[in-house]
Design a protein around this ligand. Structure first.
Ligand SMILES: [Zn+2]
Length: 214
């Protein structure tokens, strides 16, 4: 199953992607990581991406699609994957559907006010990128990742105005992508809950797998 998770920064995409990865047994493909790896590998594609980034521009859609489709062609994606941070634009969505059609697009929906409050106090694992929140989803041992035992660190993007700007950009980019999948009958809306486990239950329902809380 090829699944994409849409959601504003702070909606819990990372946490839910990890949950689905365990449930579905398919890898997570996070565009941010792919971009970093490609630039390090110094391939032709990596160099083009580096040029685009160094010039201060957004990486063009066709380069991103190229990068993601190459990754999806790898052996470990033969049963599908979870896309995190992709497709970000309508052009990306239309292009990937011609190569690797997305089966389900899950939009995790959380109100902007809630996002703003969540993003204050957000923490991330320095190793496995699992996300936590000092109030809503704390680690069992303060400062230590429950998943892998590495150190967690406070995220630095807590400023309200910056968060508001990011939300405006998020909505303007994502609405056409959502509409695209809605028209194809592939959009599932998951309303983000206060408790992570409650959102997980809805995620399991969206992809049609059994939910057991362990
Ligand atoms: Zn970790």
């Amino acid at each position: 199953m090829l699944c994409t998770i849409l959601g504003a920064p702070g909606a819990g995409k990372g946490t839910q992607a990890l949950f689905l990865k365990d449930k579905l047994g398919v890898p997570i493909i996070a565009t941010g990581n792919l971009l970093r790896d490609a630039m390090k590998a110094e391939t032709e594609l990596g160099k083009s991406i580096k040029d685009a980034m160094n010039s201060g521009h957004l990486v063009p859609d066709d380069l991103i699609v190229d990068l993601v489709s190459k990754r999806l062609a790898e052996e470990d994606c033969k049963n599908g994957a979870i896309l995190d941070g992709f497709p970000r634009t309508l052009a990306q969505a239309e292009a990937i559907d011609k190569i690797f059609p997305v089966d389900i697009a899950i939009s995790i929906e959380v109100s902007d006010e809630e996002i703003i409050s969540r993003l204050t106090g957000r923490e991330i694992c320095t190793k496995c990128q699992a996300t936590y929140h000092v109030e809503y989803n704390p680690t069992s041992v303060p400062g230590i990742c429950d998943r892998c035992g590495a150190m967690i660190t406070r995220r630095n993007d807590d400023d309200r105005e910056i968060v508001k700007e990011r939300l405006v950009i998020y909505h303007s980019e994502t609405e056409p992508v959502k509409k695209h999948y809605e028209d194809l009958g592939k959009l599932k809306i998951v309303v983000g809950q206060k408790e992570v486990a409650d959102t997980q239950r809805l995620m399991a329902e969206a992809v049609g797998v059994k939910y057991d809380n362990n």
